[in-house]
Ligand binder design. Structure first.
Ligand code: COA
Length: 610
């Protein structure tokens, strides 16, 4: 299994002075930061911290393998330094990319602003004033050690066919509690009473998948009216619908992945099973209720009025039914209680030693000009790597073979990683090289980072020899796909440009189950590139295909290719800013490492509530 006992960085090389920022970058950063500060009344919200700060993670990244220091130091100091200078010949492409990045980041900040308001100001007022509950982001502040959590898919649920569902009605992410990384799933009751939409089910199932894949203990903050009834057929009957959440709870418990819950609002119908299936649950007096059918249904069925408290309140479930294990008289007390419960789960907190590691030699803000606007605007991928690797150092593998894929080893904030990065079309030689390299990482238990910028499509063969070359390439890509699928190490995919067609599978796309997959805001995700889609009818098109139809198709493809369209549908774990990529990767690497610190041994049966 995976083990990062391998080489760990303690390199002492101090970076050279960072090259001066370009004026446009400075302007953009300024605008972006100010916008967020305004949004949060001077205090950056957690989702921004995820992308911008991660201060604590940066400062506290632990060095666990003291005995490997010498080994690490040798590696880190002697890897060659990448030349990350942006040559004048690339300047115009850089500028074009930069303009595009400014536009997409502006859109990104607008969408995040929408999402940060949950169901809107009126709904927040009703939730906090009338229902006397804390807004979900305030709850997270009480639950987590600090605000530097990794929020997952905050844009999920926007512009769905059934309307906007901000954050899919449920915040998910990974944060530290008592020094241990935990997955959290927290309903936002300001979005239609916290009811579960199809996209909300998908988001929670993904959070559970992350918990299972990385063996992270999980916390549910339940405040939900159950299924969003008008869409019941899309969230009740099928295998990956609502019931799967409860099934997973049992399986996770049997896998020795502890789960705890706080009933901090209504838990109606399906919502009632989440805390009841958890290993330990806390319920809050006068706020938490738990029943299969609420007072209106009782009235309709029996004519009797019964208050929510009497039907399924905190007292009843703590004293009579046993559906809850702890009674809390306030929200504050409930989060203190659940933190105490977590401290009994017998996890060793991560050591908080400060690790010395080198920063890249080049400013990560320049990644905005390296984020390709279009596949044709891609610059050499080593320019990106030189802004992400510790000390810009990179031990390249097969540097002169299959050069349209760059492979090699480097460190990200002290973590040793294998890099697989597109640098053009995934040719036959590039695929063979990728296949070889991925197997090396798997043999050596080194996590793999995929930087994906796949080519839109392959030209149709015009000769027998070209057709033969394409078949050979297909065979080599199939071999790399198999190597990627079977590599038993953590994998993290960052889509820095295009995620097109079958090459995206080879580069560990969503269907190849990377532990985490993030997109840059400029990323395009589609089977084919809309920009290469002709609106002029071609020979062979059916007679009824006219120009306006093709134009409409192109527009649809264009809209469906954006990073935001992808993230809204949970085809990824979120959009991240290019300049924060290094921090997000380091955080993910620390999260996947945590399982080494589990004290408990595996068992095969779940905890069953008595
Ligand atoms: N399906 C669809 N919409 C629902 C819903 C459900 N199960 N439960 C609530 N809503 C909607 C309401 O219609 C309302 O919509 P609006 O803002 O457009 O008017 C919104 O969610 C908020 O509900 P409201 O009752 O005003 O808020 P509240 O905070 O006072 O109460 C609940 C929230 C969840 C406790 C309450 O709405 C409730 O009990 N709902 C029924 C739950 C239920 O029976 N679920 C069965 C699922 S199988």
């Amino acid at each position: 299994m995976w083990n990062t006992v391998a080489l760990r960085s303690l390199g002492r090389l101090h970076p050279k002075a960072t090259p001066p920022q370009l004026p446009r970058l400075q302007t953009l950063n300024h605008v972006f930061e100010r916008k967020y500060k305004d949004l949060c009344h001077g205090k950056l919200p957690a989702h921004v911290l995820q992308n911008q700060g991660l201060k604590r993670t940066r400062d506290m990244l632990c060095c666990r393998l003291v005995s490997n220091k010498a080994k690490y130091r040798r590696g880190a100091k002697t890897y060659p330094v990448l030349d990350g200078r942006i040559l004048s010949v690339y300047r115009h492409v850089f500028e074009e990319n930069l303009r595009n990045s400014e536009a997409v980041i502006k859109r990104y900040s607008e969408l995040l602003e929408t999402v940060s308001k949950g169901g809107g100001e009126n709904a927040i007022l009703r939730h906090t004033q009338r229902n006397k509950k804390l807004f979900v982001r305030e709850r997270l502040k009480l639950l987590l050690d600090d605000e530097s959590f990794l929020e997952l898919s905050p844009l999920a649920g926007l512009e769905m066919p059934y309307g906007d569902v901000p954050a899919a009605g449920c915040l998910t992410g990974i944060g530290k509690i008592c020094g241990v990384w935990c997955v959290f799933m927290a309903n936002d009751a300001t979005v239609k009473g916290g009811t579960i939409y199809p996209i909300g089910v998908k988001k929670q199932l993904r959070a559970q998948e992350i918990a299972m894949q990385n063996r992270l203990l999980s916390v549910y903050l339940v405040d939900s009216g159950g299924a969003f009834l008008p869409l019941q057929s899309e969230l009740f009957p099928d295998k990956s619908h609502g019931g799967r959440l409860f099934y997973n709870e049992a399986i996770m418990s049997a896998m020795r992945i502890p789960q705890v819950a706080v009933v901090c609002g209504s838990c109606v119908a399906g919502g009632a099973y989440v805390p009841t299936m958890a290993e330990e649950a806390v319920i809050i007096d006068k706020i938490g209720t738990l029943f299969l059918a609420g007072p209106p249904l009782v009235k309709a069925a029996t004519g009797e009025y019964v208050s929510p408290e009497d039907l399924g309140g905190a007292k009843l479930h703590s004293e009579v039914s046993g559906c809850s294990d702890h009674f809390a008289s306030s929200e504050k007390e409930a989060y203190e209680c659940i933190r105490n419960v977590i401290s009994t789960l017998n996890y060793d907190p991560l050591p908080e030693e400060v690790t010395e590691h080198d920063s890249p030699l080049y400013s990560c803000d320049e990644l905005l000009g390296l984020a390709p606007r279009d596949y044709r605007c891609s610059l050499p991928v080593k320019l990106i790597l030189s802004r992400l690797m510790d000390g810009s150092r990179f031990q390249e593998f097969k540097a002169n073979y299959g050069t349209t894929l760059v492979t090699g080893f480097g460190h990200v904030q002290g973590h040793l990683v294998g890099i697989v990065a597109n640098n053009g079309e995934l040719t036959h030689d590039a695929s063979l090289k990728g296949s070889h390299f991925v197997q090396l990482c798997s043999q050596r238990s080194i996590p793999i980072l995929f930087f994906q910028n796949t080519a839109p499509h392959t030209a149709e063969p015009t000769s027998i020899s070209q057709a033969e070359a394409q078949s050979n390439r297909l065979k080599a890509q199939a071999s790399m796909m198999a190597a990627v699928a079977c590599a038993a190490v953590p994998k993290i995919t960052i889509v820095v440009g295009g995620c097109y067609g079958s090459e995206s599978y080879v580069m560990c796309g969503r269907s190849f189950s990377p532990n985490f997959l993030f997109l840059w805001p400029n990323a395009r995700v589609a089977l084919v590139d809309s920009r290469h889609f002709s609106t002029v009818p071609q020979t062979g098109d059916s007679d009824c295909t006219d120009e306006s139809e093709l134009k409409h198709l192109k527009e649809k493809l264009e809209e469906e290719s954006s990073a935001f369209y992808s993230s809204a549908r949970l085809w990824d774990d979120g959009v991240i800013l290019p300049q924060n990529t290094r921090k997000v990767i380091a955080q993910c690497l620390e999260i996947v490492e945590q399982q080494k610190y589990r004290v408990v041994s595996p068992c095969q049966y779940p905890v069953i509530r008595m």
